[in-house]
Design a protein around this ligand. Structure first.
Ligand SMILES: O=C(O)CCC(=O)C(=O)O
Ligand SMILES: [Fe+2]
Length: 206
């Protein structure tokens, strides 16, 4: 019965993307981070739907000569695959339009990650599978749910930066960031609630 299916979210405010006006934080070596806290409002409904509907999978990742469990759940949406919430499509299109001149191509794929609590994390890495190994690119992330830190550190040494991402915040890593810096979401002992990260990337970059 349709009425029953929607009733769970009937009282929730509709998800809304506010106009894009991120603040740029330059890093070293032509890397930068754009931030817009609270870009998505009404994200509770989005979080609940994604947590419930996405076919989450345990992640295995090749690291050196071993395959290890990465402590978080993920789901990758390839280009043209239907996305699990319409607001992700709207966000992808708004970001593609906003960054068109600078990026030169649209955002195409969506990687979703579920950090079940503060014990889930992702270790230091750059998204260097594909063209991003040699070329500048952008990775846009919408953060939902529990506040977590996105840490960044230059690969050639130097001091790390930490950006706290809250519910509905947008962060875009750009310029040389994937090649010259690494990033991580460290374990957070005080965090008991879940976080969902939605990462938008261009074709051929992971
Ligand atoms: O959780 C995040 O916001 C970052 C995830 C990430 O860096 C990745 O999956 O490549
Ligand atoms: Fe990453």
């Amino acid at each position: 019965m349709a009425a029953l299916q929607t009733s769970l979210f009937d009282d929730a405010p509709a998800p809304t993307l506010t106009p894009l006006a991120p603040t740029r934080h330059p890093l070293t070596r032509g890397a930068w981070v754009d931030l817009q806290p609270g870009w998505l409002s009404g994200g509770d409904e989005v979080f609940d739907r994604l947590q419930r509907d996405v076919p989450w999978q345990a992640e295995r990742r090749q690291m050196y000569d071993r395959v290890v469990d990465v402590p978080r759940l993920t789901r990758f949406y390839a280009e043209h695959e239907p996305l699990p919430h319409p607001v992700i499509t709207s966000a992808r299109d708004a970001l593609s339009a906003h960054y068109a001149d600078e990026l030169g191509e649209p955002f195409a794929t969506a990687g979703l990650c579920l950090y079940r609590d503060g014990r889930d994390s992702v270790a230091w890495h750059g998204d260097r599978i594909g063209r991003s190994r040699e070329q500048d690119t952008m990775i846009a992330i919408i953060s939902l749910g529990a506040e977590r830190v996105l840490a960044l550190r230059p690969r050639d040494g130097g001091s790390a930066r930490r950006f706290t991402l809250g519910h509905g915040d947008l962060v875009v890593m750009g310029g040389s960031c994937q090649r010259t810096w690494d990033h991580a979401v460290p374990k957070a002992s005080g965090v008991s609630g879940p976080r969902i990260s939605v990462q938008l990337r261009v074709r051929g970059v992971r």
